[in-house]
Design a protein around this ligand. Structure first.
Ligand SMILES: C[S@@+](CC[C@H](N)C(=O)[O-])C[C@H]1O[C@@H](n2cnc3c(N)ncnc32)[C@H](O)[C@@H]1O
Length: 244
């Protein structure tokens, strides 16, 4: 499958993630202070009660979310991601979990999904909107492929709302993340550690949580809600495709 027109943001994400897949799963847990798994479960909690038949996981990476959806529902799951090396590791993870009959991975851009309108009963996306040029347009594209009434849930890092925790978050992201990345994963993970904090701060300066909730509504989602987790380090958001 080809990826269509790839912009600067896409190229940047591909360059960032291409060297990471081998150690991604373990280091994502370490660098999130073991919170990533909790956040992921909280996001998938919104998908499970809908008992979907076909689920799309966007920015699927090494397929951790796709596998959890397959494990906790009886759905067929399709994962798409921009970075083929992440998908290659994802394929190994799917095979290792004996889920090849339930989880299919494909190259794809969130901005231009290779699927017809209203294809999926549910959709998840994780750590995506910081990497796209136009989060509003991307949310519209995600909404396009979901059937009316279908449930959508996302997970993203967040800037702690309280000044006190934001100070410690700042120290963590500016010092511990780069140094911890270097010690555990070498130069590539140092670069990721150095990039993440300023990237998260910059994203929420442009697109605060209130803006994001409104953007979900404008994209065609109802019943939009969110949960701030781990003192403001993580944000789980959910909604339902209008018209159900
Ligand atoms: C931090 S990883 C998250 C992987 C997985 N969802 C997880 O939670 O473990 C972010 C992923 O987003 C992918 N990505 C970034 N921009 C994208 C885009 N525009 N379309 C599709 N995938 C994208 C990257 O290739 C990367 O695999």
């Amino acid at each position: 499958m080809t990826l269509g027109i790839v912009g600067d943001r896409n190229r940047f994400a591909q360059q960032l993630f291409t060297p990471l897949p081998q150690r991604y799963d373990r280091l994502a847990e370490i660098l999130s202070m073991a919170q990533n798994g909790r956040w992921r479960r909280a996001m998938v909690d919104h998908i499970v009660p809908a008992s979907p038949g076909l689920v799309l996981d966007v920015a699927s990476g090494t397929a951790g979310v796709a596998l959890q959806v397959a494990d906790r529902t009886s759905a067929q799951v399709v994962g798409v991601d921009l970075t083929t090396d992440m998908l290659r590791q994802g394929q190994r993870n799917v095979a290792g979990a004996r889920m090849t009959d339930r989880v299919t991975l494909a190259a794809g851009r969130a901005e231009q999904l290779p699927f017809a309108d209203r294809t999926f009963d549910a959709l998840t996306f994780t750590y995506l909107l910081r990497y796209v040029e136009d989060p509003q347009a991307t949310l519209r594209e995600l909404a396009r492929v979901v059937t009316p009434g279908g449930v959508v849930a996302s997970l993203e890092f967040l800037l702690p709302p309280s000044r006190f925790w934001r100070f410690w978050w700042w120290l963590y992201t500016r010092l511990v993340l780069p140094v911890g990345g270097w010690l555990t994963g070498g130069r590539e993970w140092f670069e990721v550690g150095r990039f993440l904090g300023p990237n998260i701060s910059g994203h929420y300066r442009r697109y605060p949580v209130d803006w994001t909730v409104e953007a979900w509504h404008r994209a065609g989602f109802d019943d939009v809600g969110f949960r701030v987790m781990s003192l403001g380090g993580g944000l789980v958001m959910w909604g339902r495709r209008s018209g159900g």
